[in-house]
Design a binder for this molecule. Structure first.
Ligand SMILES: Nc1ncnc2c1ncn2[C@@H]1O[C@H](COP(=O)(O)OP(=O)(O)OP(=O)(O)O)[C@@H](O)[C@H]1O
Length: 218
């Protein structure tokens, strides 16, 4: 069965500044949905609104047609990778993997550089490796949808390739909503692509539209 996450009727202002005014976005299990937009266009705000930890003037967030205003209370439905480290950094990898009911050995065999790091704390890892652990957790943990804000930042090209491979595998198990400024990677991996500009989302059918929408020279 295909599950869907739909967002519309989002209206967000900070004081006099209108950030989001006409958003429609649909994400389905089995697919990767990409979200692109220039700095400050409201991608992170939109993700926080979907997650339920930012309250806009109005919104409608639906999972399989049912309104879920506080998805952060429903990890079975949605997991979120914010731009910042979200797992307490004093925890050991062993503890983190156990908490998310994930097998560390599977992670270790995919990323051999973590061999013998099972007892290490997150804070003892490099910034990029910490990010990789969090991206992996959000992609692999059991949930219908995962939303990732800049999953490629801090990762080396070889790690980005590995994460993209993982995303392509995991979309068989969930729906992914991803935003990142590594737009060529986002274009390559997305089944559906939205560009956020002027407070609105535009479902983008052709890459040339990115230039037209003022996002990137392609
Ligand atoms: N708490 C807040 N109070 C006032 N303005 C805010 C607040 N949070 C975000 N903004 C503004 O809302 C706009 C959208 O911010 P947001 O972080 O969603 O952008 P973004 O598209 O994710 O940008 P980037 O690609 O640079 O991460 C920005 O202009 C930002 O300054």
């Amino acid at each position: 069965m295909i599950h869907k996450l739909e967002v519309d009727s989002v209206f967000l202002e900070f004081g006099e500044r209108r950030i989001l005014s006409d958003v429609y976005l649909k994400c389905e299990t089995g697919k990767i949905t990409g979200l692109l937009g220039r700095n400050g266009n409201g991608k992170t705000c939109l993700m926080n609104i979907i997650y339920g930890n930012l309250n806009p003037n109005s919104k409608s967030i639906r999972f399989d047609d049912l309104t879920v205003p506080a998805a952060y209370k429903r990890p079975d439905l949605l997991l979120y990778l914010p731009q910042f480290n979200f797992i307490p950094q004093t925890l050991s990898l062993k503890r983190v993997f156990a908490d998310f009911e994930l097998d560390f050995s599977e992670f270790e065999s995919r990323f051999p550089e973590f061999k013998s790091r099972r007892s290490s704390s997150l804070k003892s890892l490099s910034g990029g490796n910490r990010r990789l652990v969090e991206v992996y957790i959000v992609l692999k943990a059991k949930s219908k949808f995962a939303m990732l804000d800049e999953p490629f930042s801090h990762l080396s090209p070889v790690m980005i390739e590995a994460v993209m491979e993982l995303m392509n595998e995991e979309k068989m198990n969930k729906g992914l909503l991803i935003t990142d400024h590594m737009f060529r990677n986002i274009i390559e991996i997305s089944d559906n692509l939205y560009v956020l500009t002027g407070g609105k989302t535009h479902l983008t059918k052709a890459i040339e539209e990115l230039e037209f929408l003022g996002y990137a020279k392609v």
